[in-house]
Design a protein around this ligand. Structure first.
Ligand SMILES: [Cu+2]
Length: 155
């Protein structure tokens, strides 16, 4: 009969520890948490249009050709490119550099750990760090220079 209270006390301490740990986890930001998902499509070879934005931190006029995209600095974004492989999404930098690219071009921020860039044929995921924000320029299609619009990085 003495083991029962001992087990009970052990279980109680385990619960307290588990609760304490889960509280700590909530305070640690998940580096893979996506704040906003932006869906983009193409109008032939002349424009991108943003068709949906979900979550927080990103905004743009939907279904307007080559419209500006506003992104909050410090947030993580997924760009779902429904235009796919024929229209690889690029985030350009000042001086016509490429910061992030969905195609074979290797952007200057693709290996930056804080940016944590992930790209597939249909999606690119990245965190807009303040370092990257200082160099950000328009978005552009990797194959059609007419498909381009401004990116505004905001605090
Ligand atoms: Cu294109």
């Amino acid at each position: 009969m003495k083991t029962y209270p001992k087990l009970f006390v052990t279980a109680l301490f385990t619960m307290i520890l588990a609760f304490g740990c889960s509280e700590d986890k909530e305070e640690m930001p998940d580096p893979n948490f996506i704040n906003a998902t932006i869906t983009v499509n193409n109008v032939a070879t002349s424009a991108y249009v943003f068709t949906a934005i979900e979550g927080a931190g990103a905004s743009a006029s939907l279904n307007m050709e080559n419209t500006a995209l506003t992104l909050k600095i410090g947030s993580r974004y997924a760009i779902n490119n429904e235009a796919g492989r024929p229209h690889p999404f690029l985030i350009m930098g000042i001086g016509n550099t490429t910061l992030l690219a969905q195609n074979d071009v290797v952007g200057t921020f693709e290996s930056n750990p804080a940016v944590n860039f992930v790209a597939t044929d249909s999606t690119m995921i990245f965190t807009l760090t303040s370092e990257m924000a200082t160099q950000i320029a328009p978005y552009m299609c990797g194959r059609h220079a007419a498909m381009t619009g401004n990116i505004n990085a905001v605090d």
